[in-house]
Design a protein around this ligand. Structure first.
Ligand code: ZN
Length: 210
C-alpha cells in the first residue's frame, strides 16, 4: 500500500538530498496500536525521474509492504505530479482532446492511442479534482480545473504546484482518490466508448502487498 510522505521538497531536491532515507513511518497504518513488527524495508528506485527512490516499510503481521510516496510523485505512474499537471492543463485549454493529444504525444503514430492515453489521464485527474472541490470547504465553488484551482490556492506561476499542494491539502481523501493524484489504482483500460464512471469512494481494493 502507499502512504503520503509529506514534503515540500521538489523532486530535484529530494533526489539530491536522498530524502527517502529520512522518511519515517510513525505507526503502521494497519495496526496503529503497534506490536506488529513494522520496520524499514529499504527503498525502491523509479526510472523517472532518474535517481528517485521511494522508502519502503514492511508489516510482518499484515504481510504488507508500505511505500512512502513523496508529495511531488505521481502514484501508479512514473514521473511527477508537476508533469501530470502540465499535461492536464494543456488539455484543458486545448480546443479538442485530439489536438492536445497530438501536441503532447507526437511520438505516438496512432493518434487514437494518444487520445486514449490522454482521456484516461484526464478522467482520473478530473474525478480526483471533482471529489476534492466538493469535499474540502476551502475549495467549495472552485471549478475542478487546474487554472481555477491555482488561482484559488494562490499559487503563482503556471505549470507546477497545484496537484502537489492538493496531495497535502486533501491528505485524508488521498487514499480514496484515483491515481495519479490519489492512491487508488488506475482503472483498467476498457472500451473507449465507456461512459464516464462516477467516482467511487472506498478502501483501496488493491489492499494487500505488492
Ligand atoms: Zn502492521
Amino acid at each position: 500500500m502507499q502512504l503520503r510522505f509529506g514534503t515540500n521538497l521538489t523532486s530535484e531536491e529530494y533526489i539530491r538530498q536522498q530524502a527517502w532515507q529520512e522518511a519515517m513511518l510513525e505507526r503502521c497504518p494497519l495496526h496503529p496500536e503497534g506490536g506488529c513488527g513494522v520496520r524499514s524495508h529499504g527503498s525502491y528506485g523509479r526510472k523517472v525521474p532518474a535517481g528517485l527512490r521511494i522508502a519502503r516499510f514492511y508489516c510482518r503481521l499484515g504481510q504488507t509492504t508500505i511505500s512512502l510516496l513523496p508529495d511531488f510523485a505521481a502514484a501508479w505512474l512514473s514521473g511527477t505530479l508537476g508533469e501530470v499537471e502540465r499535461v492536464v492543463e494543456h488539455a484543458e485549454q486545448a480546443p479538442a482532446l485530439a489536438s492536445a493529444a497530438r501536441d503532447l504525444r507526437p511520438e505516438l503514430i496512432d493518434e487514437r492511442s494518444a487520445v486514449r492515453w490522454l482521456r484516461r489521464l484526464m478522467r482520473a485527474v478530473q474525478s480526483a479534482l471533482t471529489a476534492l472541490v466538493t469535499s474540502l470547504p476551502e475549495l467549495f465553488g472552485t471549478a475542478p480545473r487546474i487554472a481555477a484551482l491555482r488561482e484559488r490556492l494562490g499559487i503563482k506561476g503556471a505549470g507546477r504546484g497545484v496537484l502537489t499542494r492538493l496531495r497535502a491539502l486533501g491528505e485524508r481523501m488521498v487514499p480514496h482518490l484515483r491515481a495519479p493524484l490519489g492512491f487508488l489504482r488506475p482503472l483498467r483500460a476498457r472500451s473507449d466508448d465507456e461512459p464516464d464512471r462516477q467516482h467511487r469512494e472506498g478502501p483501496d481494493p488493491g489492499g494487500g502487498h505488492r
